[in-house]
Design a protein around this ligand. Structure first.
Ligand SMILES: [Zn+2]
Length: 435
């Protein structure tokens, strides 16, 4: 009878750690293989389930034996079995990264099955740490690479992620970032009875993290877009700004020099996401002639403009504008206006929604850590790019979701220790100040 009991939870501890570690790592490799599909298809609103994997070059379906994470790439020498075109190195890299991070999470958090554990005990003690953390790691990897390649953070990951994070917090209240005492102290809730319940405390912590993370990014975002102005020197610059820099759903503010005063004209940023690269190139050309197809219909109908070049006077001069055009009526553009700068007023809310998810999972302290570290990372990357590419590099944006993702993973693994070291360092520093 003893072999029937072998898989009873209290016997799981008999299985050696290296076996579990290997299993979690292999699970990571397979999840990484699935994440490749997610990263490739979700931004284009394709199904992740159908059709099966196929070669992006020759479209031939990939057989199961050629779809083994990392191993198939090595065995095939990095080439498609059918068409012999090279397979991107990014696929095995994401698989390996996921496998290693899963293994790291196992080494860091353990299996989460204490000895003599039963499912009832798991619920009561909230000791169910590894699997929620693996789910979090997988979602962050997907968001990191989608933002890096496509510059968007899809709602279909961030919003269900937030709901899932709240559920996981309610179920497993021994996740990282739980510090009920500090939370109570910050909020002035000393000895509040219901905060003593760890499950409630975990959820309160999640909501606090979500509000702190998303709220602060939302506020910073408003300021950032107000400050970040782009200098427009040619009509093509305006086309590029509207086509490439504008996040769909934003308002664009054009700074206009009119006779001897500066005024602002607000136009709607376009949603150009459905256009292909060729169409965008074509559109830019047409805009230089007086308006893109989408814009011609709305903003710039019949408007002709010419570039003024020469030092501080440079800009786009509106040469001719029909009196009944929307540009004249609605946007109050006038002939002789010189458009000199453009900036976005609204913002894409992708980062904010990502922090709803990250904040809910990490709790308020590690959310603060994530915000600070991600902005430091952003600064470092900006400096590195300026050194490499010159000041021009500052004109193009760095996807912030990438920084947030990296910082969130650091927070998950080492956030608590790093915060504690920092606090102790500050206390020692204060102790050394002569009274
Ligand atoms: Zn192929």
């Amino acid at each position: 009878m003893s072999e029937i009991l072998f898989f009873a939870p209290y016997d799981l501890q008999l299985i050696p750690g290296w076996f579990w570690g290997g299993l979690v790592c292999i699970l990571g490799l397979c999840i990484g293989s699935f994440l490749n599909v997610v990263i490739y298809r979700v931004p284009h609103e394709m199904s992740v389930a159908w059709p099966g994997s196929h070669c992006p070059q020759c479209e031939k379906p990939i057989a199961g034996y050629d779809n083994i994470p990392v191993l198939s790439y090595l065995l095939l020498g990095g080439k498609c079995r059918n068409c012999k075109n090279p397979i991107s190195l990014i696929y095995p890299t994401i698989e390996l990264l996921t496998g290693l991070l899963f293994l790291g999470a196992f080494l860091r958090f353990g299996l989460g099955f204490p000895p003599a554990e039963t499912w009832g005990q798991l619920w009561r003690e909230g000791n169910f740490v590894l699997i929620p953390n693996l789910v979090f790691i997988a979602a962050i990897i997907a968001l990191f690479f989608i933002d890096y390649f496509e510059r968007i953070l899809p709602d279909v990951i961030t919003l269900p992620g937030m709901v899932l994070a709240l559920l996981l917090r309610a179920f497993s209240f021994n996740l990282v970032g739980i510090d009920v005492q500090t939370l109570g102290w910050v909020l002035g809730w000393n000895n509040v009875a219901w905060l003593v319940n760890p499950r409630v405390a975990s959820l309160v912590n999640a909501v606090a993290g979500l509000a702190l993370g998303a709220g602060s990014l939302w506020l910073i975002g408003i300021g950032y877009f107000r400050l970040r102005r782009f200098r427009l020197e040619t009509v093509a610059d305006l086309g590029e700004f509207l086509c490439e820099r504008c996040v769909p759903g934003t308002t664009v503010r054009l700074r206009v020099r009119r006779k001897d005063r500066i005024t602002s004209v607000y136009v709607e940023g376009g949603d150009f996401s459905e256009f292909t690269a060729e169409e965008l190139a074509e559109m830019k050309f047409q805009l230089a002639e007086g308006g893109s197809p989408a814009l011609r219909k709305t903003v710039l109908t019949g408007v002709t403009a010419e570039d003024i070049t020469g030092g501080s006077q440079s800009g786009i001069c509106i040469a001719e504008i029909p009196k009944d055009s929307i540009a004249a009526e609605h946007y109050q553009l006038q002939a002789g206006d010189v458009i000199t700068h453009a900036n976005m007023e609204g913002m894409g809310l992708g980062d904010v929604k990502m922090m709803l998810f990250v904040g809910a999972f990490l709790g308020w302290e590690l959310t603060l850590f994530t915000l600070v570290v991600s902005s430091l990372l952003g600064g470092l990357v900006a400096v590195w790019r300026v050194v490499r590419e010159g000041r021009q590099a500052l004109q193009t944006s760095v996807p912030y979701g990438v920084m947030l993702g990296a910082a969130a993973l650091l927070a998950l693994f080492y956030g608590e220790q790093l915060i504690e070291r920092y606090v102790q360092f500050m206390i020692r520093l204060q102790g050394n100040v002569p009274q």
